[in-house]
Every structure is written in structure tokens, then in C-alpha cells.
Design a protein around this ligand. Sequence first.
Ligand code: C2E
Ligand code: MG
Ligand code: MG
Ligand code: MG
Length: 280
Amino acid sequence: EQKKAMNPQPRVFDQTLIQELKEAQDMRDGLQSAISNKSLFLCYQPIISAKNGNAVAFEALLRWRFSDKLVPPTVFIPLAEQSGLIKEIGSWVLHRACIDASQWQDHCDASVSVNVSVMQLLDDTFINDLDKALLTSGLAPDKLHLEITESMFADNKKKVVEQLDAIKQRGVEVSIDDFGTGYSSLSQLQNLSFDTIKIDRTFVANIKQGGEAIIRATIFIASEFGCRIVAEGVETEEDAALLRELGVEYLQGYLYSKPVEKEFLPPWFGDGIDLQRKLG
Ligand code: C2E
Ligand code: MG
Ligand code: MG
Ligand code: MG
């Protein structure tokens, strides 16, 4: 037993591994043509005001249909990053999301929130591309939020700060995604311009097992930095009630809606906002 623990078995180059490598290679090849063959598409998930239940934003979540299967973004985004394809794919997402959001502005004033990879953000063409997406869609810059994961502040700090400043100059908002799961220190965060902190869903899932303390601390940090707070992964009414009590202003999760193609977004979000307009 002990011997085994000290000498972990090296991974044998067996059939399963060969199969896995082949699948990864097939996916990399498939991704290459994913934009041109229209197998990429966006789903949207609402971010809800805890006060009145209106959707304040929709997060764009990328989907890829590959040989009759839906490959999860947690699988293909890293592949796209490794091959550098993320720049092209990320650009497609940004343009598509801005166009979609400019279209729903006719019925509702919710923003669109787009996930951006570190590799995409640090590319020299990113800001130019951002300007192009805003210009061609006609979307007001303050209706666009870019979600950047906390873990990306670990390296390339100077360049990240520069890029975020350039984004903010344009009036586009910045959200820190998966907050609490990365390794950035509070002093690092202090130098960054951002508008929203998104509490990672692992803390919401563990709200009764210690997550509450982290959520309270995050709410305190957000108020000190003067930024908004969104809790992800809200699955039950009980979670929502607890989060509301703690003072979380915005909620997102399966309780309200799974990510869906824009045609299938629940109609109530628009109604809510129209109603609010009529009342206001
Ligand atoms: P994320 O940005 O943190 O997105 C939240 C993930 O949690 C999404 O998974 C969403 O479907 C899922 N989720 C939302 N509500 C709930 C809930 O109540 N319960 C549970 N269990 N899950 C919930 P998804 O769509 O599979 O995306 C995974 C990750 O892939 C995203 O995490 C994001 O980091 C990345 N991603 C997705 N689309 C893009 C994209 O266009 N560009 C880049 N760079 N990354 C993307
Ligand atoms: Mg996100
Ligand atoms: Mg997130
Ligand atoms: Mg996440």
C-alpha cells in the first residue's frame, strides 16, 4: 500500500489516452472551421435585480456544436487558447453579442456581458476590435460589460491594467468573474478599474458550509471599492432569499433561467423593464 503511494503509477500510454488525444486533435481541427461553418452560437443567461426581478444584463455564453454533440466551453475554450484561435473566436463572440444586444435595446435596456480570455485581452488588436464591435453594432458602450476572470491578474499585471484602463475610457464596464477562486491579492485589485464583482458559484453552492462568510467578506470588499455585486449559480429560492438578506443586489442562476438562445429568453424580462419605464 505504502509503496504504491510513494510511487504513483505513471500514466500508461494506453488506448484510452490515445483516444483522448485523438479527440482533442479532432476538436482542434474542428474549431479551426467553427466560425466559417456556423457551428458556434451564443446562449444568454439573465442577471436579475434582487430588488424587482428585472433582468439588468444578459451574459453571453458560447456554445459549439461539433459532430452532433455540444462540447462544453470548459473543454473547447482551453483548446482555443492553446492554439491561439481564441482571438478569432473571441472577436466573433464580441461582435455577435454587441449586435444581439443592440437589437434587444428596442424592447429592453439590459446590458450584455461578454467573457474575455486573458490571451484575447492582452492581444494588441483587442481594443481596436472592441471599437469596431461597438461601431458596427451601434451599441452604447455602457451597455457592454466585459467579464475578466480574477485569475488573470496573476501575470502580465501591467498590461492588464493598461487594457482595463483603455476599456474604461470607452465607457465599457468591467466585471471580475469567478471572484474568490483566483490568487490575486486585494492590493492588486486596488489598482484595477472595475465596476462589478461576480461571486463564484462554488461559494453560493456552499453557502451553508462556510460560503456565507466569504460572501459577506466579498460584499464588504465590493462596497469599499464602490462596485456592484452579482452572485452566480443561484439554484434555489432558499439561496436567493439568503443572498438577498446578505445584501447581494444582483442574482444569476438556473433558478431564473438557464443560458438559452436569444429567441428563447423568457418574455417577462422585457415586460418587467417596460413596466418599470411606464411607472418611472
Ligand atoms: P462563467 O463565465 O463563470 O459562466 C458561468 C457558468 O456557470 C456557465 O457555464 C453557466 O452555464 C453556468 N451556470 C449558470 N448558472 C448556473 C447554476 O445555477 N448552476 C450551475 N451549476 N451552473 C450555472 P458554461 O456556459 O458551461 O461556461 C463555462 C465557462 O466557459 C464560463 O464560466 C466562461 O469562463 C467560459 N466561457 C463561456 N463562454 C465564453 C466565451 O464566449 N469566451 C470565453 N473566453 N469564455 C467563455
Ligand atoms: Mg462569466
Ligand atoms: Mg463566472
Ligand atoms: Mg465561473
